[in-house]
Design a protein around this ligand. Sequence first.
Ligand code: GLU
Length: 503
Amino acid sequence: MTDQNLNAVFRSLDERGTGNVSRSALVERLSMAGVQLDDPRLEGLRERLDVTNRAPLRSSTFASLLDNGGSLVSRAIKGDLVIPDFAAFTKEVRELAGQVRQVNDGAVADYIPQLARVPEDSYAVAVCTIDGQRLSIGDSDTRFTLQSSCKPFLYAAALEEHGEHKVHAHVGREPSGMSFNELTLNRQGLPHNPMINAGAIMTSSLLRRDLPTADRLEYLTSLVSALAARERLSLNAAVWHSERESADRNFALAHHMRERGAFPPGIEIRPTLDYYFSACSMEVTARSMATIGATLANGGVCPLTGERVLCDETIKNTLSMMYSCGMYDYSGEFAFCVGIPAKSAVSGVVLAVVPNVMSVVVWSPKLDACGNSVRGVAFLKGLVGRFSLHNYDSLLDTKKRDPRRLRNAVLSDHTYHAIYAASIGDVSELRRLVAHGHDLNKADYDGRTPLHLASAEGHSETVQYLLHQKVCPAPIDRWGNTPLADATRHGQDAVRTLLAAAA
Ligand code: GLU
């Protein structure tokens, strides 16, 4: 980082201009930006900072602290991360999480006792962005099993090893329109897609057949751990045994697939299913799952370690499959209403991925009739209700906030162009904007409209044009002023006459 850059960051932290910055102020500003001190990228800073030391930092010590973490610290403090106003985003997410906590419908999965025993009111929301900004609410450090949410990882691993062509010679990519464990195959005798049980049993069978059983397992846990910034992952042995004991349907699916010749030659059913149950029994927390999702959102590079774990083509295919098939029999509805690739599981987790932005994980074990977490679906619907995160929201001139932009930049560029054009009396620019379908009534954050600006600046021709365009003649800005009041205050008599006539 250049000295100039460093000085600017220091000055921004030194709010009173004393030449000193407290260590806690630095940590707090980072945390407001969503950058936590336990971030692996800040290892050096964490060691050197020593938060227990109350001595303030001077500009010279500040520089020596930053070292490698410098560019992350500077970007966080300057608001240059993907969600620039992370504090405002956090506030809204917390508010929404509080509302959704009140939702109490649904029932915990009880096909195995280990799931039935999970406290039904458990609830966590976790976010991780592609810049590693993190937010965790509720039981975000409680472990739960991946269950069906292992399916995207099994599929991704199969794609990495064999490529799309070979994998899809054994599994389709259409929603099945039927329950996740339905005893059915597509017209070619293959599982409909990799997000349902038959498909995940198939992708399990394809993985690292060259390795002994224990190494095959280690390969998968190591892959998922790399997605989660190298966090150590555990396997829940009790869940594994229970899954295996209650797996008649999964055995039936595997036998049905073998009968139809769906597997590659030489596949054995029992080890394949054992592998699949191991994947289902891997334990994560909402917080670690959010890191995993952020790696997917980031095209396969883990934002916290910088490690490329999966290639971008694999991510594209995996997210496409999650988008069309990830939410059981609710996948089409979810793609329509929420418009974000997601995968849910009977353990009550929903992993949602907003490509190039972030992942959002909700864990709450009570499920609806389709098998999706009730609070998970409610939260994600609420989130796209507040923020323009639906895949096709970019087509709308919506009032929803885009967390990728600063609060005062949420208005479309057209709104700013129109206000600026009015302030300099540029009628032809206003005409061009109207041709783009822009509504000239649109105001900025302060409620200022093109008519306010044109009136205050005394541009009669522009005022006339706007009135001809039938804009509201008396909009009120945030200080209670109308264009007429502005024209009066600035002594614009010609404009006053026009506005008075239009009133
Ligand atoms: N282990 C479960 C099964 O294969 C996964 C169910 C799920 O999460 O959909 O039946």
